[in-house]
Design a binder for this molecule. Structure first.
Ligand code: NDP
Length: 646
């Protein structure tokens, strides 16, 4: 209600751009705030009305009735698109044993959980991954130019524990993959790991008080506890373009890069085999933004097929100076940096900005605008107005950056993004826009319509056929409700590749049929000894997911140790505690990303309403910093409030 909105702290409002209009209407309805007075803050003249209208028109062009179902699920005759091009699969005997903890997913979720368990003295830990090594997203995404968009000092976990100094402010893919392997080695996680192994069934046996795990390699083993950290972006998808399967040239998804065909390697060696090739790349999201410059420099002709442009801000990468690093790397440094980044990025209180990047810039701008408001005028409406202003200003700068870099004015115009910055994944790159100045690179803008058809040798867009030798699909990953799933529960099962059968055969797909239900985004009633490692219904921190994973790892280690030390065998959240947590989540202002006002994409379920389940797709209402502080107190208390040991 109106009064509750007014009581929310500034930091909360600074986080919720997608709610802007809705809250403005609510506060107006409750007559809580005076008329907007943003004119008092000096800002370059921006015709906000005209921009809002342009944003709306551009979104409407892209809305389609099939929403997420427009994409192709990779199976059947397309399943070769999922083959691992990096590591050969080696035969092994199926496992029939028992482990204390099984971690499903060997990316950062499994690695940090495994590491914290080992630190707590729990040795019998098994990590399972469908890739041929640790690394998760960094195992698969070895496309040329892959790099982390979040500063390595906060993104790469366990730097202090491993004593590793990243080489650059934004580390590149191979360095991050190596760090994953370093964690695996240091904590002895390789010994019991199962790679190239996909879990196919996970079933709780109440009498035995353990989970049964079945895999595609014939394994049938048990685990007392299971931690599930499969990641949000691990199932590649293809665009639903007619004729895709008829193409006779080479084609692959960016997460399965064929270096044998292109030449070169993930560390940046030149892709010499493309010198005489015409290459099409379909998609212009965060992945394409990173690999287009490398392709542009290598192939005879590069055609970039664009449906919606990304907003590409400056990168400003730089090497990390060891002398500087040795000064900051005093005991506890990484936790201080993590806390500082989280506070700066998600609207908490921090006196300095240690990371100083595009993410914290976004929040700093909003805070600055809010701080310019006289105290008496800091109503929710005024604060949302400040957010609006900061966003328009930022996006105008990003559009001006296109004009400043791209030589051809028509191409520049087509590369401009017409939406709020957080409607799509913000991108940062210092060579992407420049690539369009090369004579060998052509932007094929489809005015929001996408590629029409693929034939044996061509890609057709806007009625014109472009003959190519190779198609690179930078078409992203299955997220949330993609591709034909009717409920959130079934979408989760589809994305995982298996359903989870809890106590009395309760399936997670049924339990979550009307939306996600958990405590802390980790514990689910009816699913004992199971821990989810992911950010929804927890901190929901947007750009540094590894912080959430590291905190989750700490929590799981504390709980497992407590259960074992007390000689108990199970732990489960009570129904009441799960319901109470949902009530806390629902008391907040709602979802941070995913407004239907935005241009379609995976942030907003391709522009389709998620229904009531969307309300539960949220984080802790008081922000990430408050969540981590709360979780720290919760973990440290003698009783793990809301959980029952059995
Ligand atoms: P996205 O889902 O962001 O992009 C898919 C692209 O394919 C979009 O540009 C989409 O257009 C386009 N597309 C889909 N169908 C068609 C069609 N029929 N014709 C033409 N174009 C089409 O996938 P990405 O792999 O780029 O990124 C996924 C996520 O991975 C990012 O959001 C980010 O979270 C993460 N990532 C992180 C990085 C990091 O630095 N940490 C780097 C790279 C990725 P449209 O926009 O119109 O839908």
């Amino acid at each position: 209600n109106g009064r509750r909105l007014r009581r929310l702290p500034v930091s909360v409002f600074a986080q919720f751009p997608a709610k802007c209009e809705q809250l403005r209407q609510k506060t107006a309805r409750f007559s809580l705030a005076p008329e907007p007075c943003c004119q008092r803050i000096s800002m370059p003249h921006i015709d906000k009305h005209a921009l809002r209208e342009k944003y709306r028109q551009e979104r409407d062009k892209r809305l389609r009735s099939d929403g997420p179902a427009q994409y192709l699920r990779i199976d059947g005759q397309l399943s070769h698109y999922l083959d691992d091009p990096y590591t050969p699969v080696t035969p092994r005997e199926p496992k029939r044993d028992h482990v204390t903890v099984a971690c499903i997913g060997g990316g950062f979720a499994g690695l940090v959980t495994g590491a914290r368990l080992v630190e707590a003295g729990i040795r019998n830990v098994r990590v399972i991954d469908k890739g041929g090594d640790f690394g998760g997203t960094w195992y698969w995404n070895r496309y040329p130019g892959a790099q982390c968009d979040t500063a390595s000092l906060v993104y790469m976990p366990l730097l202090e524990e491993t004593g590793y100094m990243p080489s650059e402010k934004y580390a590149r893919g191979p360095e991050i993959l190596e760090h994953c392997q370093r964690i695996g080695r240091q904590y002895g996680l390789y010994d019991n790991a199962l790679f190239h192994t996909e879990v196919k069934a996970l079933r709780w046996d109440d009498a035995e008080a353990r989970w049964h795990i079945l895999t595609n390699r014939g394994d049938d083993f048990t685990a007392q506890f299971v931690s599930l950290g499969a990641g949000g972006l691990h199932v590649p998808k293809l665009p639903g373009i007619a004729g895709l399967e008829t193409f006779r040239g080479e084609s692959f998804h960016t997460s399965r890069w064929n270096y044998e065909y292109t030449g070169g390697d993930p560390s940046g060696a030149h892709m010499h085999r493309l010198a005489d090739k015409r290459v099409a790349i379909i998609g212009t999201g965060a992945t394409a933004v990173q690999c287009v410059p490398r392709l542009a420099g290598a192939c005879k002709q590069l055609l970039v097929f664009q449906r919606t442009p990304s907003a590409v801000d400056a990168r400003n990468n730089q090497p990390i100076d060891p002398a500087w690093f040795s000064q900051i790397a005093t005991p506890g440094w990484q936790q201080r940096w993590l806390d500082n980044f989280t506070a700066n990025q998600t609207g908490g209180v921090a006196e300095v900005d240690l990371v100083m990047d595009g993410w914290t810039d976004l929040s700093r701008r909003i805070r600055t605008r809010i701080s310019l408001l006289p105290l008496a005028e800091r109503s929710p409406m005024e604060m949302l107005q400040a957010w609006d202003d900061a966003d328009f200003e930022k996006m105008e700068q990003i559009r001006a950056r296109v004009d400043a870099i791209v030589a051809d004015p028509q191409t520049a115009q087509k590369l401009k993004a017409w939406y709020r910055q957080l409607c799509k994944r913000p991108c940062f790159h210092d060579e992407y826009l420049q690539a369009f100045n090369l004579p060998s690179t052509t932007l094929v803008d489809t005015d929001g319509k996408g590629v029409e058809r693929i034939t044996e040798h061509s890609v057709i867009a806007a009625g014109k056929a472009y003959e190519v030798d190779c198609i690179v699909y930078a078409s992203g990953f299955q997220v949330g409700y993609s591709i034909g799933a009717s409920t959130l529960g079934s979408a989760v099962a589809q994305q995982l590749g298996f359903d989870i059968s809890g106590r009395d055969g309760l399936l997670l797909s049924q339990h979550w049929a009307t939306g996600m239900r958990s405590k802390h985004g980790m514990h689910i009633h009816g699913f004992p000894n199971l821990f989810l490692v992911q950010p929804t219904q927890a901190d929901k921190l947007i750009s540094n997911v590894t912080h959430n994973l590291t905190e989750a790892g700490k929590t799981i280690a504390v709980i497992v140790k407590r259960v074992l030390d007390r000689g108990r065998s199970t732990v489960e959240v009570t129904k009441q505690a799960e319901a109470a947590w949902l009530e806390i989540l629902l008391s907040g202002p709602g979802r941070m990303l995913g407004s239907l006002e935005c241009t379609p994409g995976y942030y907003n379920n391709e522009g389709q309403d998620l229904g009531p389940a969307a309300a539960l797709n949220v984080g802790y209402p008081f922000g990430a910093t408050a969540f981590f502080q709360y979780l720290d107190r919760w973990r440290s208390a003698d009783e793990l409030e809301g959980l029952e040991l059995g």
